[in-house]
Design a binder for this molecule. Sequence first.
Ligand code: MN
Ligand code: MG
Length: 654
Amino acid sequence: MTLNISRRSFLASTAAAGAFVTLHPYSAFAAPNQAHLRILSTTDLHVHVHPYDYYADKPIDTVGLSRTATIINEVRAESTNSILVDNGDFLQGNPMGDYIAYERGMKEGDLHPVIQAMNVLGYDCGTLGNHEFNYGVEFMDKVITGANFPMVSANFANKLGADGRSDDLFLKPYTILERELVDGAGETHTIKVGLIGFVPPQIMNWDQRHLQGKFDTRDILQAARAWVPEMKEAGAEIIVALSHSGISTEPSVEGQENASLHLAGVDGVDALVTGHSHLVFPSAAYETGNGIDVEAGTLMGKPATMAGFWGSHMGLIDLMLERDGGEWHVVTSESSTRGIYERVERTNVPLVEDFQPVLEATQKEHEETLAYIRRPVGMTDAPLHSYFALVADDPSVQIVSQAQLWYIEQMMKGSEWEGLPILSAAAPFKAGGRGGPEYYTDVKVGPVAIKNVSDLYLYPNTVRAVMIDGATVKEWLERSVSIFNQIEAGKADQVLLNPDMPSYNFDIMDGVTYQIDLTEPSKFDRSGVVINEGANRIVNLQFNGAPIDPAQKFVVATNNYRAGGGGSFPGADGSTIIFEGPDTNRDVIVRYIVEQGTVNPKADANWTFAPVPNTSVIFETGPAGAGYAGSVEGVSIEPAGDGEGGFALYRIRL
Ligand code: MN
Ligand code: MG
């Protein structure tokens, strides 16, 4: 079923009824030589069709095209003329996408659920985001074949030519839609609206294994400067850029990932649908200045939107067009977004209901995805529990660390950092504390289901690599071990953990071995401020069996939170980032498990406490960890009775 509301021109008299006047006052009052055109958009849907968190296996109110669809329908119903576009990153990013790619596949005639949903809504055009390449070009091609609307991309090529116009592109660079436009006098005119699409050229690196040697990309601005004039020659009166690229005020450089601001400066571009950064524009996420005008909702004076991610918002660009000398041009504009939920105190309150036809069209795939997340996708030879993650090397952190390492090794191939040693930093997320005595990861030996992965990696962080030297590796670890209280030699049953420091700031590092001398004071306080300059808790720090060389450069795999300064770790303030992955750590873990088949994230005790004679410490963990206490590597743990609030106490003799 297809609803073609956008293509039907609602009469000006409907508009003049006034029901929508509060939304966009001028929309009702187009003069006889004027017409109002609305560009509705989604971006970065990442297969979020149903309002469901497949990792947690529960409904959620912050995602879902079925909800955005309701806003789309409302706005269309108020509009005389509208166009609906998608800005890319639609086919990967949640277990429904993985299910179709890894399990069900795309046989002849199969429709991808996200395309099915878009067909229900009658999209007018779409473009490719970087994540469309994650499962390979052949898969993507089968997916987009099902779209009842044109897909465009002006800078993804089978082969580059001498200049943009001679590139052998994989898709059409642009499309020109002829639409009936109703003007302020109720008269119908034909307008030619050009839509052109762009993807970050970085896909050649991010999806190197699918693209290298077979495809190529061109710089976004170069491609725009090549094709926009041709669109004009072909009669496009209004040109809308579908820019799967973020908004950055950094100077324009060739191959820029987030090029939307400079793209707005290209002559002939009238409006921009942006994305990729998963932010909202216009909003307080951006600052006015350097070409950005948050108040006006413009980039270089051109109206633009960025509609969040996962269906959280619908982007809306309102263009007041005027006809002068026979051709339409933009006289005024407004940009806005509309959210599917609002944050009230600490809860998310839905603002719209589901549009049932979207749910119905994809119900089968939704149910198949539920079965998929609940059934094994791989096996683990080690139990993945976090009961002792704060006192010993631990399988629940080990698997995260291994998956990050596996991924970053691939990403470094062919880069200027290829050949540098790679370390991996990861922290336990579910480790009791304020989460309570049941707040631990606990996946038994045997099958691993997708829904278990959310347990291993709670946050939708994305992968980063930083480059630091050996001296900074030590400082990073010194910062990390500020979770431990200082221990006095010769005393029994001292409290080991500082409850004020969250477990997610306790990074362990794989790829090096080290011991922690608990008798030293902590160099850092719990927020990362140096309090004991000369303190050295990290001892015997070794790489490849020899003391670490303070000057040796290392690549460290981590996440966007840490690499960007989260937790105030030395060497991780944003300035050391050498690689920004588009993939979430969680997706990388799923991919790692699926591709390995069986994983064995057995802790290897690469870090331990340094021995302190006649000294013991006490810590608390979940009582369900009892069965594992005897098999923790690198430390001997004994029960020490019951703690408070349902926790169990354990003792370590250092
Ligand atoms: Mn995205
Ligand atoms: Mg993207």
